[in-house]
Write a protein that binds this ligand. Structure first.
Ligand code: URA
Length: 435
C-alpha cells in the first residue's frame, strides 16, 4: 500500500494491519517515507490512537529495523529495567550489579539526559576511562563475565525508532502513549531481554507528571510487552522530589558507590532500588515470591557482592581497577562548592522537582540541545527531602559549579524550587505495581 494510504487509513481512525505497519516502518528505515509523511503518521496516531495489536506490530517492526542481541549462550535469565526518567534517579547504577549478584544477566542499554532529566550514560561517562559505547563483542563479554554492563545505545539498535523519535520530538507528537510504548519496547526487545521491569515515574519531576496518564502508559507497556512475548511488570513511583539526594553526573555516581558500599543509603532510594530488584528477580524467574526476592536483593547489597560486581564492571569497561575504594580521587570535582541556606525555619513542604533538574542543566550538567557536551563534575548534593525540618540558614543543598555566576543562578533556581512551610502528608514512593 502507498505510504499516503496508510496515513489516510489511520487519519480516518481505522485499524492498520501488521503488514501496513511494517510497510510504514520500512519507509522510515529506508528513507522512502519523507519526514512530512512520518510526521503526519505520528499525528494521526496521536489523535486516533492504536489498538494493542497495532502497537505490538509497530514495536516488533521497529525492533527488526536493526540488530537484535542474542544471549542464548548465557547460563541465566536476561533481564533489565527501564525508567521513564527523573531527577536524582541513579537507580540503574545499583540495580544492575545487585541483580547480577543474584544470578541475573543485565545488558543495560541506557540513554543520555535530555531536558530536565538525567541520563545513566552521562553518569557512567564521568568515570575516567569508562567505555560507554563498546563494540558488541566487548559488551557481550562483559555481560557474560560480570553479569551486567551499562552502555549506550548503538546506531544499529532500532534505527527506525531513532529517526521516528527525532521527527516526533519536533512535531509535538512525543506524548502519544502508543508511540512511547513502541519506542521504548522496540529498543528493549533489540537488547534481547527475557523480561523487563518498567519504572514509570509520575509527579512534578517526571516526563509524564499526571498519575493517571503515567498509569495508562504503564498498562500499555506491560500489555504490549506481554503481546510481544516479553514478560513485563511496571512500578509507578513518585517523582515529586528528587530520588537520590544528589543530581548531576559524577555526584550521582558517588551516591551510587556510597549506596553499594553501605556508607550511606537514603531510605526512599533504598525502597525503590529493592522494589525494582525484587520485581526483576520475579519476572526473570529467579524467585517466585516478591517478598523473598526483595530479601535476596537486600542480602546481595548488604554482603558487598553488588559493590564487587559494580567495581568489576567499571574495570572491565576501561575504568579504574580501584574505583570503589578510591572513587573520590577518580571522579572529577567542580571548581567550587557552595551551601544554599534555607530562607526560613520550617519544614520542606514541596519541591518543584523539574526546576531542580533544570538547575543541573544551567550548571552545565545537562543538555539544552542534544549536541551539547555535559560537564560531569557539576551538580547538586545534600538535597533535603520533602518533610525535612530546617532552621533558617541551614543548607537545603550544596551547589557544585564551575563559576560563581553559575552557582548564583543554580542557587536562585533551588531557592524558588523549595517551599518551606508546614509538614506535608507523607506519600508512598512506590504507588502501585502493575503485572
Ligand atoms: N522515551 C523513549 O525512549 N521514547 C519515547 O517515545 C519517549 C520516551
Amino acid at each position: 500500500m502507498l505510504i499516503a494510504e496508510i496515513i489516510r487509513k489511520k487519519r480516518d481512525g481505522q485499524v492498520l494491519t501488521a503488514d501496513e505497519i511494517a510497510e510504514m516502518v520500512q519507509g522510515i528505515s529506508d528513507d522512502s517515507a519523507s519526514d512530512a509523511q512520518i510526521a503526519a503518521f505520528a499525528m494521526a496516531v496521536l489523535l486516533n490512537g492504536m489498538a494493542r495489536d497495532e502497537v505490538a506490530a509497530l514495536t516488533l517492526a521497529m525492533r527488526d529495523s536493526g540488530d537484535v542481541f542474542d544471549w542464548s549462550d548465557l547460563p541465566g535469565p536476561v533481564v533489565d529495567k527501564h525508567s521513564t526518567g527523573g531527577v536524582g534517579d541513579n537507580v540503574s547504577l545499583m540495580l544492575a550489579p545487585i541483580v547480577a549478584a543474584c544470578g541475573g544477566f543485565v545488558p543495560m542499554i541506557s540513554g543520555r539526559g535530555l531536558g530536565h532529566t538525567g541520563g545513566t550514560l552521562d553518569k557512567m561517562e564521568s568515570i575516567p576511562g569508562y567505555v560507554a559505547t563498546p563494540d558488541n563483542a566487548r559488551f557481550s563479554k562483559v555481560v557474560q563475565q560480570v553479569g551486567c554492563a551499562i552502555i549506550g545505545q548503538t546506531a544499529q539498535l532500532a534505527p527506525a525508532d531513532k529517526r521516528f523519535y527525532g521527527i516526533r520530538d519536533v512535531t509535538a507528537t512525543v506524548e502519544s502513549i502508543p508511540l512511547i510504548t513502541a519506542s521504548i519496547l522496540s529498543k528493549k526487545l533489540s537488547a534481547g531481554l527475557g523480561s523487563l521491569v518498567m519504572d514509570v515515574k509520575f509527579g512534578n519531576g517526571a516526563f509524564m507528571p499526571d498519575f493517571d496518564r503515567a498509569r495508562e502508559l504503564a498498562i500499555s507497556i506491560t500489555g504490549v510487552a506481554g503481546a510481544a512475548g516479553l514478560p513485563c511488570h511496571a512500578l509507578l513511583t513518585d517523582m515529586n522530589q528528587p530520588l537520590a539526594d544528589a543530581a548531576g553526573n559524577a555526584v550521582e555516581v558517588t551516591t551510587a558507590v556510597e549506596f553499594l558500599m553501605g556508607t550511606r543509603r537514603e531510605p526512599r532510594l533504598l525502597e525503590v532500588v529493592i522494589a525494582l530488584c525484587g520485581e526483576m528477580l520475579v519476572t526473570a524467574g529467579i524467585e517466585n515470591d516478591r517478598h523473598r526476592a526483595r530479601e535476596l536483593a537486600l542480602s546481595a547489597l548488604e554482603d558487598g557482592r553488588a559493590a564487587e560486581r559494580f567495581g568489576k564492571m567499571v574495570a572491565a569497561l576501561g575504568g579504574p581497577a580501584d574505583f570503589m575504594e578510591n572513587h573520590t580521587a577518580h571522579l572529577p570535582q567542580a571548581a567550587l562548592q557552595r551551601a544554599v541556606p534555607a530562607p526560613a525555619a520550617g519544614c520542606v513542604s514541596a519541591i518543584e522537582t523539574r526546576d531542580v533538574g533544570l538547575a543541573v542543566v544551567e550548571l552545565g550538567g545537562g543538555r539544552r540541545v542534544s549536541s551539547d557536551a555535559v560537564n560531569p563534575a557539576v551538580g547538586l548534593t545534600g538535597l533535603l527531602p520533602v518533610g525535612a525540618e530546617v532552621e533558617k540558614g541551614d543548607p537545603i543543598a550544596f551547589v557544585h559549579a564551575d563559576s560563581e555566576e553559575a552557582a548564583d543562578q543554580a542557587q536562585a533556581t533551588l531557592l524558588s524550587a523549595y517551599a518551606i512551610g508546614e509538614p506535608p502528608e507523607p506519600q508512598p514512593v512506590v504507588r502501585e505495581i502493575i503485572e
